[in-house]
Design a protein around this ligand. Structure first.
Ligand SMILES: *Cc1c(COP(=O)(O)O)cnc(C)c1O
Length: 482
């Protein structure tokens, strides 16, 4: 919860304490609404509050009491819910297919999970189970594909799009897997790759750096990926070209940010096809947003998908070009909501600046934003944070959160506002859950001050098990040669 209205929700809660006698029951949905649990638009439809005020997660008719789990396994801890990934992939594919049908879009739809969002086996396999293809970003991610192939986990119909700069090792692995019968499509980014892949026997794609800017987390005026639009047109005929690819940004904030590039790419696609009749697919990359910020309204997946299909149809019809197949490579959209990170509040401190208190308190956590949730520091990521226990508490404290590394940047202030949390004098053993931590944070995790990474638990089919233990001092020391 990252609310910017200073103290308003807190004082409203306080007032409801005094009127409690008249109003015996809390308002229907009251606490659930306050903590924004159980809402599809916030990706919290799996979450609920137990009668004792504890955080619940539902999986069909199973349910997990997060407080009970944490008492057993301790903190800091991450919990992965594969059921959330499965539901999101299934929904995404079904929604695209449905809109293609309703709107008369003739191309096929392919979902490619961008593996760089989370490479953990417990994330990748549920996506594949539901029909996801893959997008890999490096030789080492493609190596994991080889692993899956060797373990017979892969249907040979699955398609793998290969992004990122192609080192010699990367290209050799692409060739090796193609020779084994897998459809691996290298996306060519520059002249050197084009030369290196001249004799490649399978399909290839080409990446264009569209000259366009959109409102997003990551909108670089100059980016280093792909050919410019005019370069693409000068390339002429490219052997076995089947995909035109672009990736604008991550967490694109408006539907307009998807629709604008489609128009531009459609025109380029039409011109490129004159010399490359085998071109049959437009890959619009990643970037579908996650409602990390509860106060800002984001589009829903359904409205986004309908507008993508609608605008693709409109522009290709206008250009008189056969509708291409469509690929999206959404990563965070699918996996961010599938993990929560739990910390214990270990201490509180008064916040003072110029000798004055600002009415907020530091709540110290037994983990680190800089290590476990690096985007807090790197891109000023906002998070939805709720208590794991005491969710029925009415008296709240505006808090800033402090990580336990000794770095002044290891903190989360919700952009300078605050996170409303129960008061420690009322709620001594307080735990908090950070939602939507399933994308990017794992691969970016670090060891500042040699803190241990959190334990990772898997919650599936009503059962919980440890998949990575919390690191021991020996393990952390070993990483540094001790
Ligand atoms: C990072 C990336 C993605 C995934 O982006 P999300 O914002 O997580 O959807 C997809 N395609 C490419 C080429 C990327 O670099």
């Amino acid at each position: 919860m990252t609310t910017s209205a200073p103290v308003a929700p807190v004082s409203r809660r306080r007032r409801s304490v005094t009127s409690k006698s008249k109003q015996a029951k809390p308002k229907k949905n009251g606490f659930k609404k306050f903590w924004k649990l159980g809402f599809a638009e916030f990706n919290t439809d799996h979450f609920d509050i137990s009668p004792d005020g504890e955080l619940l997660v539902r999986e069909g008719h199973f349910q997990y009491n997060i407080y009970d789990i944490i008492k057993k396994y301790g903190t800091s801890t991450e919990i992965v819910f594969p059921t959330i990934i499965e539901n999101r992939v299934r929904d995404l594919i079904e929604t695209f297919n449905a809109y293609c049908k309703i709107l008369g879009y003739k191309g096929k739809f392919y979902y490619h999970y961008a593996m760089k969002a989370n490479q953990n086996k417990e994330f990748v396999l549920p996506a594949i189970t539901e029909g996801a293809n893959l997008d890999v970003a490096s030789a080492n991610e493609l190596f994991l594909v080889k692993r899956m192939l060797e373990q017979d986990k892969f249907h040979s119909k699955i398609r793998v799009v290969c992004n990122g700069p192609k080192t010699e090792r990367y290209v050799q692995l692409i060739e090796e897997l193609r020779a084994k019968g897998l459809t691996v499509v290298p996306i060519i980014e520059n002249q050197a790759e084009l030369d290196r892949l001249k004799k490649f026997k399978g399909e290839v794609g080409i990446r264009v750096n569209l000259d366009i800017r959109v409102a997003a987390h990551w909108d670089k005026r100059f980016n280093q990926f792909g050919f410019t639009e005019s370069e693409v047109l000068r390339l002429g005929k490219i052997r076995n070209l089947s995909i035109l690819h672009y990736h604008i940004s991550t967490h694109i904030e408006t539907i307009e940010g998807f629709v604008k590039p489609i128009k531009r790419a459609a025109e380029l696609y039409a011109k490129l096809r004159e010399k490359n009749p085998g071109l049959d697919t437009l890959d619009i990359g990643g970037g579908a947003g996650v409602p990390f910020e509860k106060k800002k309204r984001l589009y829903t997946g359904k409205s986004l998908i309908s507008q993508i299909v609608r605008s693709a149809k409109k522009h290709f019809d206008r250009l008189g070009v056969k509708h291409p197949n469509l690929i999206v490579e959404w990563g965070s959209y699918v996996v961010a909501p599938a993990q929560i990170t739990i910390y214990k509040i270990t201490a509180e401190k008064t916040i003072t600046g110029n000798g004055k208190s600002n009415g907020k308190k530091w709540y110290v956590i037994d983990g680190s934003f800089m290590n476990d949730l690096l985007d807090t520091w790197a891109i000023h990521q906002r998070w939805h944070i709720v208590p794991v226990n005491y969710l029925h508490t009415r008296r709240l404290q505006p808090a800033w959160l402090a990580g336990s590394s000794c770095d002044a940047d290891d903190r989360y202030t919700a952009g300078g506002t605050y996170v409303p949390l129960p008061r420690l004098e009322d709620c001594p053993e307080l735990y908090i859950a950070v939602f939507d931590t399933g994308a990017y944070q794992d691969a970016l995790a670090s060891h500042h001050c040699l803190l241990s990474s959190p334990a990772k638990l898997l919650a599936t089919n009503g059962e919980v098990k440890i998949i990575r233990r919390r690191e021991t001092p020996e393990e952390v020391g070993k990483l540094f040669g001790w």
